[in-house]
Each structure stands twice: as C-alpha cells, then as structure tokens.
Design a protein around this ligand. Structure first.
Ligand SMILES: Nc1ncnc2c1ncn2[C@@H]1O[C@H](COP(=O)(O)OP(=O)(O)OP(=O)(O)O)[C@@H](O)[C@H]1O
Ligand SMILES: [Mg+2]
Length: 387
C-alpha cells in the first residue's frame, strides 16, 4: 500500500482563495478562466483543453510550456476564434481581453481584434505566408486592413518594419516572394507582419522551432528588443524550456489540457514543485550540472485525451502518486510546505496532491523510506486487462 511522505500529504488544502490562476496585482491584459476546448470526430470526443486559467499582465511575457499534444496551440487558437470549423469548439470558459470576452464576441468583432490588438506568429512561416503575394504586399495588406492608411503610407511602414526586424536592404527585398527568403528571414517577415499594427499582445507559437540554433537566438533577441520597445505582452508557446529560460517573466506548465504549475520563470526553473516539471527539467541538458550527469526522460506517455481523466492526469507517470491521484484532480493552489512563504510572495502555484520536497526535486525521486507510488485502483487494472 502506498503512503504519503510524512508532512507531504494534502498540501493542496491551504487557502485556495489566495492568488488563483496566477493573478497578479493590477488589471490583467488577458484573463483566461476555466477554458475548455473539445474536438469531435470519428465517434469520439477529444477534450484537448480541460479548465485552463491564467492571466497576462500588460507588457508581461508568459511562457506556455508542455509536451507535444498538451493543448498549448489549441488553447491559443481558441482565444482567437481560429479552431478548425465544425470540429473544434470552446465548450466553457472566458477569456477577457481589454474588457471584452473573446470567446463570446461575434466573428466580425473578433476579426478586428485579431491582427490589430492581438497578433499571432506560427511555427511554420512558409505555410502562414501566401506564396503568390510579395512579402511587402502581405505586410501592407495587414496595415491597410486595420489602420485605414494609404497604400504609400503602408508601404513606407512595411519597409520600416522589415528594417526593424533585421531584413537587410529592406526597401528592395520588400518585392520578393516568400520562397526567395530563407527560413530565418521568413520568420522575421512573419514577425514584421504581426507587429504591423502594434498589438498589445503577441501570441508566438513555437516561433523558433523550425530554425537552427543561431537564428533561433537571433529571433528571440529580436522579440526581446521589440517587446521592450513596443511595451507588448507576449504569450510564448514552446515545448522547449531552454527557449523560455531568460525570456519569459512567468511560466505556465501545461499537461493534458490544464496547468500543473504556474509562477515566475526563475522560481519554476530553480525550484520546480510539480513532478511533471521536475521531470521536464531533468530531461534537459543544463550548464549547472556535471556534463556526465545522465539526462532522464519522463517515462510513459501522456494520457488519451478522449478518456474522462477523473484523477490527476499525471498519476500514471508519477513517482510521487498517492491513492487520491487516481480519483481526484488536484486544484492549482499555492505551493505548500517549505515553499509556502516564497510561493505566497511571488505567486507560485502547483496542482499536486503530494508535492515533492526541494530535496526530492533535486534528487528526482521520493526520498521517504518505504514510499511506493500508489498502485491503480482495482477497477483500472481490470479495465486495462479487458482491453
Ligand atoms: N484538428 C484536430 N482534430 C482533433 N483533435 C485535435 C485537432 N487539433 C488538435 N487536436 C487534439 O488536441 C490536442 C492538443 O493539441 P495541440 O496542437 O494544442 O498540442 P500542442 O501542445 O500545441 O503540441 P505541440 O507541442 O506538438 O505543438 C492534441 O493532442 C490532439 O489530440
Ligand atoms: Mg502546438
């Protein structure tokens, strides 16, 4: 029988009214609450986002991280009304941006916000750029649509933007077609297009994944400079914790459609409190660890999002799991125990029935003598055998 390490159990029981969903002082620019997104098709319903809540403050950068398939892109697309029609839909929640709930806006109103006040850049710029229009035309189109300026004025602005994002000889390259640009240049052109209307929020979904490491660093540097110059908030989506380190103010760690940990980036990277985050960090090469220290991938795979997932979604892969993890989903609350005082100060939240201690986080495994992860309840074992 499993047991919780002494003093470790039930840390989610402290006051859930303090700082929920990563709320920070002041009015957030975007406030996402209890977002649910589903996909229907081939006789099954995939619940891709299952109660996601977070805030982004004006000018703040949030890094939304998590394994492939955890719902990062889908959650962002749903905010902008860009889910695949008739297949994906928002089934619950709200996303208040500058006083308006994006999830309940008519399409024409949302279109006016999209591209003007909220801009998005995607992982693959080639599929997002129109191959038969010049780069310049694509940027000026965005400017003309949202700003109502003359063609001449829009063109001048497009050249200035391409210059700003570091395209050499922008005045002549503006007449090039996307295929005449390199991958890094196309990503810069996408950024120029996204910035053309000076958005208050930039959603960047894996903006550097397709690029080699040097270009990746240059693009991140560019985004860092631009967000300061323009005072823009950024939602940076990535499965690469190396990318968010030193770039994001706060991290939101997503697993199976919900957040498992939220807090200042420095805190989460130095003092992760959720077994999943601990696993993610241990699977990364780090400069502060001996070179020969083995990288440990997280065992197992993410759950089937078409299943009901009543308990903690990470339970089947978790070395710290307790019985309750099989049946009850832990809420996102302030990190407890030895972390509580700091967590209350900085807003460090975690969704875990049995938070690893700091010592355990460093070791990467539970240290209480005799502790064994809780075996699945009988019903689950039988179900698996039958299938
Ligand atoms: N068009 C679709 N039809 C059905 N299910 C979908 C569709 N798009 C996404 N999903 C489901 O939603 C889940 C979340 O997908 P999403 O693209 O948000 O993952 P992600 O976290 O962005 O992953 P990655 O790091 O690979 O980009 C997927 O596991 C998939 O099951
Ligand atoms: Mg994605």
């Amino acid at each position: 029988m499993s047991q919780a390490p002494a003093g470790n159990a039930d840390r989610s029981a402290h006051d859930p009214t303090i700082i929920r969903g990563g709320a920070r002082p002041g009015t957030p620019l975007l406030s996402v609450r209890d977002l649910h997104v589903e996909f229907a098709g081939r006789g099954r319903v995939v619940r891709a986002v299952r109660g996601l809540s977070y805030d982004i403050g004006p000018g703040e950068t949030i890094g939304l991280v998590g394994e492939s398939g955890s719902g990062k892109s889908v959650s962002a697309l749903s905010l902008l009304g860009l889910l695949p029609k008739h297949v994906g839909k928002v089934t619950a929640g709200s996303a208040v941006f500058q006083g308006q709930d994006l999830l309940h806006l008519p399409e024409d109103k949302l279109r006016r916000i999209r591209g003007a006040r909220i801009a998005m850049i995607f992982q693959d710029p080639l599929s997002s750029l129109n191959p038969v229009l010049t780069i310049g035309r694509q940027i000026t189109e965005a400017i003309e649509t949202h700003r109502g300026v003359s063609i001449r004025e829009a063109r001048k602005r497009a050249v200035a933007l391409l210059d700003l994002v570091g395209i050499p000889a922008a005045a002549s390259r503006i007449n090039d077609y996307p295929h005449q640009f390199s991958g890094g240049m196309r990503q810069r052109a996408m950024i120029a297009m996204a910035l053309s209307c000076e958005p208050s929020l930039l959603v960047a979904d894996e903006p550097t994944t397709a690029l080699d490491v040097t270009i990746q660093a240059q693009i991140l540097e560019l985004l860092r400079r631009l967000r300061t110059e323009l005072g823009m908030a950024v939602l940076l989506i990535t499965h690469d914790l190396g990318v968010v380190a030193g770039f994001a103010d706060r991290l939101a760690v997503m697993y199976a459609g919900r957040l498992v940990e939220l807090g200042p980036a420095e805190t989460i990277l130095a003092d992760p409190a959720h077994p999943y985050t601990i696993g993610l960090l241990r699977s990364l090469p780090r400069l502060d660890r001996p070179r020969q220290a083995a990288l440990t991938p997280i065992e197992g795979s993410p759950p089937d999002l078409a299943s009901s997932l009543d308990g903690c979604p990470f339970a089947p892969r978790c070395a710290w799991r307790v019985d309750r993890g099989w049946t009850d989903a832990p809420p996102l609350v302030l990190a407890g125990g030895e972390r509580l005082a700091d967590a209350a100060l900085v807003g460090h939240e975690v969704a875990c029935h049995n938070q690893p201690t700091r010592e355990e986080a460093l070791a990467g495994l539970p240290l209480t003598p005799g502790f064994l992860p809780a075996p699945p309840p009988d019903s689950l074992v039988i179900e698996e055998e039958v299938v």
